[in-house]
Design a protein. Structure first.
Length: 98
């Protein structure tokens, strides 16, 4: 199990990016959250197996039909007790804008 924080830039808000990210993550059995950031980026925190996370990252590089992704930044996260709890929950949620 690994965890990644992913920041997606471009035209990523107002195009159903969060809902589609949640759907894809659930299909891949990943846990975590997605939210819009005030600076216009999309943030994804994900926990799961490496292959499934890579599949999500590949999808995030393109996004939904109306999106235009310009950059994607993937950061490694250390597995903490909070992230273990997130993994055990089996949930992938849409969080409020931060």
């Amino acid at each position: 199990m690994i965890s990644r924080q992913i920041l997606v830039s471009g035209h990523v808000q107002g195009v159903f990016f969060r809902e589609n990210t949640r759907r894809i993550a659930c299909e891949l059995s990943l846990s975590g959250y997605v939210r819009n950031l005030l600076n216009g980026q999309l943030e994804v925190l994900v926990v799961g197996d490496e292959a499934s996370i890579q599949s999500l990252i590949n999808w995030l590089k393109i996004g939904p039909k109306l999106a235009k992704v310009t950059t994607i930044k993937v950061l490694e996260n250390k597995i903490s007790s909070d992230l273990l709890s997130l993994q055990k929950s089996g949930r992938f949620d849409i969080w409020p804008t931060a």
